[in-house]
Ligand binder design. Structure first.
Ligand SMILES: [Zn+2]
Length: 219
């Protein structure tokens, strides 16, 4: 996991009412979403999405949902618990499909067809809720911020995953080189040689390990 010191480019301009709970160092909403299953490949993965409130909070932290929308969805999730459970289960299904696709590509393995079908379904569902609206620089595709649909947090994630997958940025998607971490991120460094999700944490830990190994040999 990263310390959050490396600010994701897409979250730089968010006006925050509270400090983010999620560590956003993936450089993409979809990759940060995959990283919500922490220590994914260890014997004891840590689930960071334990209820609907966590999912809505991810939307708030990444700026994909407006503050008032987050409040509305959180309140509604308490009144419609079964629907909220379905939305969370669907979000986890989406997350695991994105994970299967991106880790396969990073490891140069075949992309599982089932995962691609799931992402396609989510991306198509998301597209139904997009509309053109005036933005800061002309018109933009925006999701309906007035909706009370509890599945709304999933739409921008599915869209981001689909856009990243079909973009030139895809060749810079990496998994953190720390074997205990392996978080996904887009390497937007100048020379594209970034190895760690966060240098301050995973990078330094690797350096310390190398230092000890070297000294053991000398001794
Ligand atoms: Zn890492």
């Amino acid at each position: 996991m990263c310390t959050g010191r490396r600010k994701a480019i897409y979250t730089e301009n968010i006006k925050r009412r509270i400090q983010p709970r999620f560590e956003l160092c993936g450089g993409s909403v979809a990759l940060d979403f995959v990283n919500t299953l922490d220590d994914r490949f260890s014997d004891a993965p840590k689930e960071l999405l334990n209820d609907y409130v966590d999912l809505a909070r991810f939307g708030e932290d990444t700026g994909t949902l407006a503050d008032e929308q987050v409040d509305r969805l959180m309140t509604r999730s308490l009144q419609h618990r079964d629907e909220a459970k379905r939305a969370l289960a669907s979000a986890i299904q989406l997350r695991e499909a994105i994970s299967d696709i991106f880790y396969a590509l990073v490891r140069k393995k075949p992309v599982p067809t089932a995962a691609l079908i799931i992402l396609n379904q989510h991306a198509q569902e998301a597209a139904q809720h997009l509309g053109l609206a005036p933005g800061k620089r002309g018109f933009e595709w925006k999701f309906d911020a007035q909706t009370n649909d509890l599945f709304a947090p999933l739409w921008p994630i599915a869209r981001d995953a689909a856009e990243l997958l079909a973009s030139e940025r895809m060749e810079f998607v990496r998994a953190c080189a720390s074997k205990t971490c392996e978080w996904l991120f887009v390497d937007e460094s100048k020379n594209h040689r970034r190895r760690w999700c966060d240098m301050a944490k995973c990078g330094n830990r690797a350096k310390v390990k190398r230092f000890y190994r070297r000294n053991q040999r000398v001794i």
